[in-house]
Design a protein around this ligand. Structure first.
Ligand SMILES: Cc1cc2nc3c(=O)[nH]c(=O)nc-3n(C[C@H](O)[C@H](O)[C@H](O)COP(=O)(O)O)c2cc1C
Length: 255
């Protein structure tokens, strides 16, 4: 079908075209920031050190086998220790080489890591409701905005959910991953975009598996209002925009 053509082309490799392109890196243009800078006067919240003792299911085989998209959450909060572990599992830095390139808990084409993690905090012990950003180098949170009705705002952003209506607003925390595409475009030019989408899938899968290891419920969110979420998170929608979201909460045990 005609209207699928461009979308299908996007799924294919364009390395043959790429061979004839001089990338910004090859031209000697400066590399963009590897992580988004922040105002040092911001409210910064320390996260507890990642503690493997909190893991309930240690068997990777069991976690992979039990993983399911879970959209039914209890009203019980999740702890800061649990959130710390989920953030580490999804974007934590496990190695920084001499050139300053970060290697993380997730693979990423050329270690370009074009992502930033924003959090909609609804019900996490010790944190005010609102919007936060994860600072992976420091393993800390930056508080962006207090929002009392954050659950309602998330509900509006995540549109009409087909399986369990309005499930996102009942979660304890929602992750929203943005991309800053130029971090990858600088090196990969026109081949960057397909890689970015593949890379973000790894992040969410690590959220699913780390969530399962804590017996938390996780559900990916691909259905969301682009403009509404970018506006709320104060992203310009061009140089940085949200590409994927996921909700996390304590699993509701059905009686
Ligand atoms: C990219 C992506 C986007 C998704 N978006 C949504 C969503 O917006 N709402 C939802 O309820 N589930 C969403 N899901 C979850 C899928 O519906 C779910 O993975 C699928 O039904 C298979 O179920 P399972 O994850 O339990 O194996 C999404 C999953 C992926 C991978």
């Amino acid at each position: 079908m005609k209207r699928y053509e461009a979308e299908r082309k996007f799924l294919k490799s364009n390395f043959n075209e790429f061979k004839n392109i001089k990338t910004d890196k090859a031209k000697g243009l400066p590399q963009p920031d590897r992580v988004k800078p922040y105002d040092l006067k911001s409210r910064i919240i320390s996260l507890p050190a990642v503690d493997p003792e909190i893991i309930k299911k240690r068997d990777i085989y069991q976690c992979i086998g039990d993983r399911r998209s879970n959209r039914l959450y209890s009203e019980e909060a999740i702890s800061l220790e649990e959130l710390s572990y989920l953030l580490w599992a999804t974007q934590g830095i496990t190695l920084t080489n001499k050139a300053g390139i970060t290697f993380r808990t997730v693979p990423c084409s050329g270690a370009t890591h074009s992502f930033e993690t924003y959090l909609f905090i609804m019900n996490v012990t010790g944190l005010d409701k609102g919007i936060y950003r994860y600072l992976p180098v420091e393993h800390k949170l930056m508080f962006i905005l207090p929002i009392d009705d954050i659950d309602r705002r998330l509900d509006t952003i995540s549109l009409d959910q087909p399986f369990v209506p309005h499930f996102t607003k009942k979660s304890a925390v929602a992750f929203a991953w943005s991309t800053i595409p130029y971090r990858s475009e600088w090196k990969y030019d026109i081949t960057a975009h397909k890689k970015i989408l593949i890379d973000v899938g790894h992040i969410c899968q690590n959220l699913y598996l780390s969530g399962e290891s804590l017996n938390l419920g996780v559900c990916a969110i691909g259905i969301y209002d682009q403009e509404a979420v970018d506006n709320l998170l104060q992203l310009d929608g061009e140089e940085e925009f949200i590409i994927y979201m996921a909700a996390v909460g304590r699993k509701r045990v059905l009686q």
